[in-house]
Write a protein that binds this ligand. Structure first.
Ligand code: ZN
Length: 110
């Protein structure tokens, strides 16, 4: 199989999206065993390089890449919190005294 690098990167992302979906399902089941059977990692995706264009104009050669298929330098900026819970937490984090202290009679978050 001789896929081009963009195709390999697409399959890399697809593989990790599948992994995330399986893990999400497992989390919803309360991490009960057995853990989900995940497909084996495709051998031809091993050693996939970032490939983003560097300042010098050459392709990035880093092989330590994230789930999005890019390295730590070329993964893109954070888009901030996306869920409502995360956005609310972000608002609370910016307060002068931080997040409100829990009252002793409150149940701990589950
Ligand atoms: Zn890179």
């Amino acid at each position: 199989m001789s896929d081009s690098t963009p195709d390999r990167r697409r399959r890399w992302r697809k593989y990790h999206e599948l992994q995330s979906a399986l893990h999400q399902q497992w989390q919803e089941r309360g991490y009960r065993y057995p853990s989900p059977a995940t497909p084996p990692f495709p051998d031809d995706l091993r050693g996939l390089a970032c490939g983003a264009r560097t300042k010098a104009g050459t392709p990035c050669k880093l092989t330590a890449i994230y789930l999005n298929g890019r390295c730590k330098w070329h993964g893109g900026c954070s888009i901030g919190p996306t869920t409502e819970v995360g956005k609310e937490q972000s608002r609370v984090n910016g307060r002068k005294c931080g997040r409100p202290k829990k009252k002793p009679d409150q149940e701990p978050d589950s």
